[in-house]
Design a protein around this ligand. Structure first.
Ligand SMILES: [Zn+2]
Length: 118
C-alpha cells in the first residue's frame, strides 16, 4: 500500500496527510517560517540568484548580493537555533566571509565559529 502524499502550497514540502508524526513535524516547520525562518528551497533560490551578482561590476548589485547571501545563511542559522542576540555578530562575520579581501584563514575561523548552527 502506498502512502498518499501532497506538496504543501506554502512551503513546498512533501507531506503525508493523515500521518500524525508528519503533520506535527510539518506544523513545527510552519511555526518557524511564521517567525521568519525561510524554507530550504527559498534560501537556496535566494543564494543562487545572489551568487550570480556577487562578482558583478555593479558595486551596488554585488553588495546587495553579499547581504542577500548573508541573510539566507542567517535564516539557516535561525533554523539551527542561533539566538536572535547573535544577529549583528553573525551577519558581520558572514559579510566578511563573502568579502574577497578576507583571508582563507579568517574564513575558516568564521566557518568554525558558526558551524553548530548549520
Ligand atoms: Zn508547508
Amino acid at each position: 500500500m502506498s502512502i498518499e502524499t501532497s506538496i504543501c502550497p506554502i512551503c513546498g514540502a512533501i507531506c503525508a496527510p493523515g500521518d500524525a508524526e508528519d503533520e506535527t513535524a510539518h506544523q513545527k516547520k510552519h511555526t518557524l517560517y511564521a517567525k521568519g525562518v525561510l524554507p530550504y528551497e527559498i534560501r537556496e533560490f535566494l543564494k543562487e540568484a545572489a551568487y550570480a551578482y556577487l562578482h558583478s561590476n555593479n558595486v551596488q548589485s554585488a553588495e546587495a548580493a553579499r547581504r542577500a547571501i548573508a541573510f539566507a545563511r542567517w535564516h539557516r542559522a535561525r533554523e539551527g537555533g542561533i539566538p536572535l542576540s547573535k544577529f549583528d555578530e553573525y551577519m558581520g562575520d558572514m559579510l566578511a566571509y563573502l568579502d574577497d579581501q578576507t583571508s582563507e584563514e579568517e574564513k575558516t575561523e568564521i566557518s568554525k565559529r558558526w558551524k553548530k548552527y548549520g
